[in-house]
Ligand binder design. Structure first.
Ligand SMILES: Cc1cc2nc3c(=O)[nH]c(=O)nc-3n(C[C@H](O)[C@H](O)[C@H](O)COP(=O)(O)OP(=O)(O)OC[C@H]3O[C@@H](n4cnc5c(N)ncnc54)[C@H](O)[C@@H]3O)c2cc1C
Length: 424
């Protein structure tokens, strides 16, 4: 049986970084990837530009890792965003900072990031096998000693790092294969669910596609439970779709929708959109009345255009029981107040999310209680390590998931190689 120091399963950002880290320690590393190329999800990430990491301070990074961010403290303190930036600069990939601390390659091409990593592991002498799907782990006397490929071939190793990702966008190769292996090694898999995924809504205007395609910039969303208790508030852009809401702010609410539905069953959840998050309701009312007072004879529908998205106006007016053709001179004050209230809390009824196949990220995974956060080593099976999205760790979009993948991959690769050296 062929034997390596370390086998890394999965050629995504976590696996590539684990292979690089172990290779830098002088370990003989084999990277097994079932697809025809490495880094397939990495290449499509960040809209094809790869949001490599995020330059926010590490406390903020941890807060943005909404699924078990604190588990990542130790790994991020050794290999966090600054180290990731330096690492890539060392490979000749310069990064630039965009809004909200998001870091992208100056080339604006994800492929340049993937290629730099692939070339780096090649230079380190990491053996790479493509079209090499792993079927199961080789566990003997409670220790992980290698893997069995789907073609029956066995490959031995001093340590195995599982970095096969979650279950989202399975066309990229992330088909959830790692969960069964983790269970084989005695691990618990927490509930799997879609996250960073568009939201479904049941309102009549959504069903009638009245707002489909309408984008709103820099609005504030507040999601609540059926009793009105706030679950989260998120600020950013949204887009109305034929099924509900998408866009960065909506995606950031999806984790909270999934978690609430796991707790409460699939109950409708009220979400409000604040169209003017920097203004109070009184200020909005003043702006609305100022605007229309200038043109008392104009139909309110037309007079409101400078302030509100044109496609939203008929719906808002109908919700506020205002006749579109009414002029300002004929409108009672309480109608304006109602309209101002609606602009500060436009209602959307969230019925769920799209499925895991369409999600950017998989929530849930290998329980973090059974993984040592300082090494990413299994607490149950010596010789076994985890990295990336296969673990029950997930974050908002914005470079945080790739940061988790790189940071945990680096930690797993370094620790596995260090541990083997110490054993020798
Ligand atoms: C469209 C899209 C855009 C995204 N954009 C961003 C972004 O901008 N910023 C951000 O932070 N995150 C983003 N993400 C999330 C991020 O890409 C993932 O969290 C990250 O890729 C996870 O890395 P990973 O290495 O753990 O797993 P993956 O990238 O999923 O890689 C797993 C690898 O394992 C391989 N594999 C699976 N099973 C086997 C097997 N049996 N044998 C051998 N190999 C196997 C797969 O083929 C795959 O190559 C995005 C995700 C998507 C889908």
């Amino acid at each position: 049986m062929e034997k390596y120091d370390i086998i890394v399963i999965g050629g995504g950002p976590a696996g590539l970084m684990a292979a690089a880290a172990a290779g830098r320690q002088g370990a003989r590393v084999l990277l097994l990837e079932k697809g025809e190329r490495l880094g397939r999800k990495l290449i499509i990430s960040g809209g094809g530009r790869c949001n490599v990491t995020n330059r926010k301070p590490s406390d903020e990074l941890v807060r943005q890792i909404v699924g078990n961010g604190r588990f990542m403290y130790s790994a991020l303190s050794h290999f966090g965003s600054e180290e990731i930036i330096k690492f890539f600069e060392g490979l000749g990939i310069k990064l630039k900072e965009e809004d909200h601390g998001r870091m992208f390659p100056v080339t604006d091409k994800a492929i340049s990031v993937a290629n730099a990593l692939i070339e780096h592991i090649r230079q380190l002498g990491v053996a790479v096998r493509l079209h090499a799907p792993v079927d199961r782990l080789l566990i003997r006397d409670g220790r992980c000693e290698g893997v069995v490929l789907r073609n029956g071939e066995r490959v031995g190793a001093g340590a195995v790092i599982i970095a096969v990702g979650g279950r989202s966008v399975p066309a990229t190769g992330s088909t959830g294969d790692g969960y069964a292996w983790a269970e084989q090694a005695g691990h618990t898999i927490t509930n799997l669910y879609p996250t960073e995924v568009p939201l479904k809504a049941s309102d009549e205007y959504i069903r009638h596609k009245a707002l489909q395609g309408l984008s709103l910039r820099d609005v504030a969303l507040t999601l609540a439970d059926p009793k009105g208790k706030r679950l989260t508030s998120q600020r950013g852009d949204i887009i109305f779709t034929h099924f509900g809401l998408s866009g960065p702010a909506a995606l950031r609410c999806s984790h909270f929708v999934s978690v609430a539905h796991q707790k409460l069953g699939k109950v409708p959840l009220p979400l409000t959109v604040d169209l003017f998050p920097d203004l109070t309701q009184d200020q909005v009312l003043r702006d609305l009345t100022d605007l229309v007072e200038h043109e008392p004879k104009k139909a309110v529908k037309n007079a409101l255009r400078p302030l509100l998205a044109e496609r939203l106006i008929p719906l808002l007016l109908s919700m506020a029981a205002i006749d579109e053709a009414t002029t300002f001179a004929h409108l009672p004050k309480d109608r304006w107040q109602h309209l101002a209230r609606l602009t500060k809390a436009f209602p959307v009824t969230i019925s769920g999310t799209l499925g895991i196949d369409e999600a950017f990220v998989t929530g849930g995974g290998v329980s973090i209680r059974e993984i040592d956060p300082s090494t990413m080593g299994s607490r149950l099976t010596p010789g076994l390590y985890f990295a990336g999205e296969v673990m029950d760790v997930h974050a908002h979009t914005g470079g945080y998931n790739i940061t988790v993948a790189f940071s945990s991959g680096w930690t797993a690769g370094t620790s596995a190689a260090g541990h083997l050296r110490a054993e020798e």
